[in-house]
Design a protein around this ligand. Structure first.
Ligand code: PNS
Length: 168
């Protein structure tokens, strides 16, 4: 068994909702690691648009049929979750220099908490440098087009969610 096929990486975040930027990072992660677990942090945002169950379902839909990608939830320390699922790597995406400080602090804190777990940064493509779940929600809420920014299943669910309010 090759090194790659054995390695498990955790890609943590809020994923409210998952975007094409996240999908891109997962695809890059799969070039290096055997399995990527997309792990949703429970209880972070007080007022998420999508519940944890909905976010998990969207991730599972987006990766249906891909046995190397799994959706999951976690609470508590990320490094403890990583150990529990047998992952020695945390993946994070970097879109721009502005992401770096926050990511650097988290990576160093996680290293201090558990030096056996490495954080690996993967670069998002330039085309997604401005893309975030928060902006997708805002643009959609204001009537903007988010096609191409999120997987089709997410776009559909956004439309379904907003139907009672928008009456379109
Ligand atoms: O993409 P996000 O929403 O900025 O993700 C942040 C996340 C989930 C990676 C971060 O908040 C996290 O890992 N939280 C778990 C709690 C933890 O382990 N904190 C200490 C290390 S920073």
């Amino acid at each position: 068994m090759s090194q790659q096929s054995r390695s498990v990486a955790v890609f943590p975040g809020s994923f409210d909702p998952i975007t094409n930027g996240h999908l891109d990072i997962v695809d890059r992660g799969l070039k290096v690691f055997g399995e990527v677990i997309i792990a949703i942090l429970v209880n972070r945002e007080k007022k998420p648009l999508f519940s944890i169950e909905e976010r998990l379902e969207l991730i599972r839909e987006a990766y249906r049929g891909n046995e190397r990608v799994r959706g999951d939830t976690f609470s508590g320390l990320l490094v403890d979750y990583a150990m529990k699922v047998g992952a020695s790597v945390i993946i994070r995406g970097l879109r721009a220099i502005s992401d770096f400080e926050y990511e650097f602090q988290m990576a160093l804190m996680n290293r201090r908490l558990n030096p056996r777990i490495e954080t690996v940064f993967l670069m998002a493509p330039e085309g997604y440098s401005y893309l975030s779940s928060r902006l997708v929600k805002e643009v959609f809420d204001l009537g903007g087009d988010v096609r191409g920014l999120v997987p089709p299943v997410v776009e559909r669910r956004l439309r379904e969610k907003s139907r009672p309010r928008r009456k379109k």
